[in-house]
Ligand binder design. Structure first.
Ligand SMILES: *Cc1c(COP(=O)(O)O)cnc(C)c1O
Length: 419
């Protein structure tokens, strides 16, 4: 993360709190029915995000493909909802591929480092539905003998490394390795070369993607005509940050910070312009997207109940941060909303979980008149990189409740992990 964050304006947090307090009864009703703690998935938010993401990019890039990055929230129902909206799935392991296949996905991108023999074989066996993005020359070496004689061939692309520094070095291949890899793929009848991919994460604005697209344009220009002819798509990955920005705690409980983010319309316009300027003059490729966080962040909330009030400004809840799998709230800020005593005024109060470790923090302040034993609290917008990282640590995991449209046949309140 670069630069100092801004102060998060109080009005923005108040507006978010007001939206959830207005719907407070929906959430407390769920607590009455299903108990506490609870994950609450709102499928209407997912539908809305899917449609908005597609609409934003299709205005600028009509020939495009959309793939939900399963790792950002691997609850199968989330992927299932995305499939109903015409998204494909982006998976990065055999485990995720298995889920995607069981959900009936017909268009799956399999990307990621260190694919095992078993995973490569799984891609080959399901080649009518899978496009494999090769992560290294070594991976191609392992794939070639497995793919020999395969008909119809497996569609493959290559992931390009656009950030060859630090730990991001582990992903993809360097541009100067491409021609050789392309020729070896082309020489194998069991493989059909069809695309290029890059991915960058944590994009608060489109600058990094735009410069990667310019770089890709240069690479395309230097490819031989037979290779260029084979290419059908450019997959520009995910990493779109939700427009509210990245919210962080400060050392004062009532002061919060924000790294602002651009809207998805700005991403779409600038990426669309970059593709028009740098890619299309060389070759008209289908542009593919792999959003994760932007889609699921606002679609899941965590509800909990106060078990113990230890002091005026320290309470213990029945949920522990094993429900999100990491010490998220020691750095990230999200409002804790007291649905039992709503107030748009935030007051200092340490909201801590019930795990036997001090690193079990939900927040340092609460929106509420007060906080007492038995109160129902809601932490909104916990859909991205939480459910996927949840862990059986000390306390059991929350149950799942599902809100939203049922007309498309979503089973209400499936057990966690259930399809
Ligand atoms: C993680 C990942 C994504 C999704 O990233 P978000 O930041 O959740 O949008 C997309 N593509 C690839 C290859 C990834 O590894």
């Amino acid at each position: 993360m670069t630069g100092m964050p801004d102060i998060l304006p109080e009005a923005i947090v108040k507006e978010l709190a007001a939206n959830f307090f207005n719907r407070g009864k929906i959430f407390t009703d769920l607590a009455n029915t299903y108990g506490s703690p609870l994950y609450i998935l709102d499928t209407d938010v997912l539908l809305n995000r899917a449609d908005r993401f597609r609409a934003a990019f299709c205005r600028h890039l009509p020939d495009s493909g959309f793939y939900y990055a399963m790792k950002s929230n691997n609850l199968p129902l989330v992927s299932k909802v995305m499939l109903t909206r015409g998204f494909g799935l982006d998976v990065s392991s055999g485990l995720e591929l298995d889920t995607a296949l069981k959900l009936g996905a017909k268009d799956i991108i399999f990307s990621g480092p260190g694919k095992t023999h078993g995973e490569l074989n799984m891609a080959l066996e399901n080649r009518e539905r899978v496009t494999l993005l090769i992560d290294s020359a070594g991976e191609l070496n392992r794939l070639l003998p497995l793919a020999a004689g395969c008909t119809p061939p497996l569609r493959v692309g290559i992931r390009i490394n656009i950030t060859p520094d630090g730990l991001w070095q582990k992903f993809g291949v360097m541009a100067n390795d491409l021609p050789d890899m392309f020729h070896r793929i082309n020489a194998c009848t069991g493989l059909s070369l069809c695309g290029l991919q890059f991915h960058s994460s944590w994009n608060l604005d489109p600058k990094r993607q735009v410069s990667a697209i310019r770089y890709l344009g240069q690479i395309l220009k230097e490819l031989s005509p037979d290779i260029l002819d084979a290419l059908k798509f450019l997959d520009i990955g995910g990493g779109y940050w939700p427009a509210q920005g990245e919210w962080l705690v400060s050392d004062k409980p009532l002061v919060h910070h924000v790294h602002p983010a651009q809207t998805i319309d700005t991403f779409a316009r600038e990426i669309g312009n970059a593709v028009a300027e740098w890619i299309f003059p060389v070759k008209h490729l289908r542009i593919c997207f792999e959003p994760g966080r932007w889609i699921c962040n606002d679609a899941m909330h965590i509800l909990m109940q106060v078990v113990d009030q230890k002091t005026q400004d320290l309470v213990i809840t029945d949920a522990g941060t094993n429900a999100v799998g990491w010490e998220r709230f020691e750095t990230d800020y999200f409002p804790v909303l007291n649905l039992s005593r709503p107030s748009l005024t935030e007051r200092p109060c340490r909201i801590l979980g019930a795990l036997c470790t001090p690193h079990d923090v939900w927040g340092y302040a609460v929106h509420g008149e007060d906080v007492r034993q038995g109160d129902i609290l809601l932490i909104p917008n916990q859909g991205a990189y939480t459910w996927s990282l949840r862990q059986e640590f000390i306390k059991p995991l929350p149950q799942l409740a599902v809100l939203g449209t049922t007309e498309e046949g979503f089973q209400k309140n499936p057990p966690p992990n259930g399809l």
